[in-house]
Ligand binder design. Structure first.
Ligand code: UGA
Length: 457
């Protein structure tokens, strides 16, 4: 099949490279000429495990190419739109997607089957379809949301739990639709269960799945707070809950709160959409405020353990990205933690293996702009490694679950520190090794060895 991908961002590149890998002939289009030039020589603008290899494979076997002009995708069977979803004001009106679909619809040489892969708030695709029909009645719109996670997007794409196809027809008619059949063919090598439905249901499956997972993480975070207060072991609790196959263990790991480009914006947008429809969603309304309060809860635990406020403390912040394996800092809980520490008057020395410079710039910008929570704060200091960040620190805060943080040489680090406290926000610290080195590990509100501080939360 000849497939055009519009937008060579994160989602577009993964989709293009993986569809080329499945044997399709893929042209990936982007308006950024410099980006296209780099991509043509296999130079990727995003960090994603396995993606470089697939792009190189597609470029060398001729299944994948990159272009800057719409003319390059004339004759493709379908166009998959993967452009950005959010405008800077986070309006979620799908305007960028809408404009792209409009451009495609206006040119009859371009594919008449237009598949939107960008995330849309429920109801958006239907209105785009109506607008497009008015431009050219032969254009058909589908919505095919993606469920890949950053840092494992290639693996997720190639082994999906399900493929969702929304069609601009009533759900009952969607199954036998020619556009739905073409998409089934495109994904046939993946052999995954398919849900074929109407546009709004497909949009809702996507956003509701993300917000549900965000709620699950938030529930685990609140259980960790309760466990710290009652003396239960939060890890044992989530492990025990997760063994119930109706609950499942995934997305039940407590931490500093969720971040990234998807969960936060959608956890805020879905309840707002409900309100616009006059629908009450008290459960969904609570997710985001609870999530942002997790950073303060972790710092409260640090202050209780230290027996003093963090003001004037030097705190080593290890990890800045929103999770391990990515250089993405968007809405990172580690940055929220850094800003909250700065706002309470701590001096932050930060380290991240992939995104230190950009992360520091975010902490500095928040401080200088007096961003909410960071008013009057100093900028953060960057360290060239974990040991350098910890040198002279009164406390260490682990904010991202980088695998190397599991193997830190606490025996070497501890003597260089001024204080004794390690706040493990990601349950990655080797607590026996750290305590043997004379440190006190506060893992999600609970001191690891010794019962003295079991009720710090
Ligand atoms: C998320 C979804 O998982 C994907 O299915 C979806 O396709 C994607 O959004 C999207 O809409 O594009 P992603 O943003 O890459 O993927 O990140 P996740 O791996 O889902 O993690 C989100 C946040 O939750 C991270 O900050 C992570 O550290 C946190 N998290 C996750 C926890 O705190 N605990 C957990 O148990 C799991």
């Amino acid at each position: 099949m000849r497939i055009a991908i519009v937008g060579a961002g994160y989602v577009g590149l993964v989709t293009a490279a993986c569809l080329a890998h499945l044997g399709h002939r893929v042209t990936c289009l982007d308006i950024d000429a410099a980006r296209v030039a780099r991509l043509r020589i296999g130079d990727l603008p995003v960090h994603e495990p396995g993606l470089d290899e697939l792009v190189a494979e597609g470029l060398s076997n001729g299944h994948l190419d990159f272009a800057g002009e719409y003319a390059a995708i004339a004759g493709s069977d379908l166009a998959i739109v993967c452009v950005g979803t959010l405008d800077p004001a986070e309006e979620w009106d799908g305007e960028v997607v809408r404009a792209t679909v409009r451009d495609l619809a206006h040119d009859p040489r371009l594919p008449r089957w237009i598949v939107i892969r960008s995330t849309l708030l429920p109801g958006t695709a239907r209105s785009i379809a109506a607008e497009t029909r008015a431009i050219d009645g032969s254009v058909r719109i589908a919505h095919n949301p993606e469920f890949t996670r950053e840092a494992s997007a290639v693996a997720d794409f190639l082994a999906p739990d399900r493929i969702v196809i929304g069609i601009d027809a009533p759900a009952a008619d969607a199954g036998g639709d020619s556009l739905a059949m073409a998409l089934r063919d495109a994904y046939a090598p993946l052999d995954a269960p398919m849900v074929v439905t109407d546009l709004t249901s497909a949009e809702t499956i996507k956003v509701a799945s993300n917000v549900f997972l965000a709620a699950k993480v938030t529930f685990a975070n609140e259980i960790a707070r309760l466990a710290a207060a009652t003396g239960a072991d939060a890890q044992a609790v989530v492990d025990g809950m997760g063994l119930d196959t109706r609950i499942g263990r995934s997305f039940l790991s407590p931490g500093p709160g969720f971040g990234g480009s998807c969960f936060p914006s959608q956890a805020r947008a879905l309840p707002l959409l409900a309100r616009r429809h006059g629908v009450q969603t008290p459960l969904m309304d609570a997710i985001w405020p609870s999530n942002v309060s997790q950073a303060d809860w972790l710092i409260d635990g640090l202050e209780r353990a230290a027996g003093r406020p963090v003001a004037g403390m030097r705190v080593a912040l290890l990890g800045l990205t929103f999770k391990a394996g990515t250089d993405d800092l968007r809405e990172s809980p580690a940055i929220r933690l850094g800003q909250a520490l700065q706002a309470r008057g701590a001096d932050v020395a930060a380290y991240d293996p992939l995104a230190l410079a950009a992360g520091l710039a975010m902490l500095d910008a928040a401080a200088s702009e007096g961003a909410e929570g960071a008013e009057g704060a100093e900028g953060a200091e960057g360290a060239e490694g974990e040991a350098a960040a910890c040198r002279g620190a009164d406390a260490v805060v682990i904010a991202t679950e980088w695998p190397q943080f599991r193997y830190l040489d606490w025996a070497a680090i501890a003597p260089t520190m001024r204080g004794r406290i390690v706040v493990d926000g990601r349950a990655v610290v080797d607590a026996p090794a750290a305590t043997a080195a004379g440190l006190r590990v506060i893992a999600l509100g609970v001191e690891a060895a010794g019962a003295a501080l079991r009720a710090v939360g």
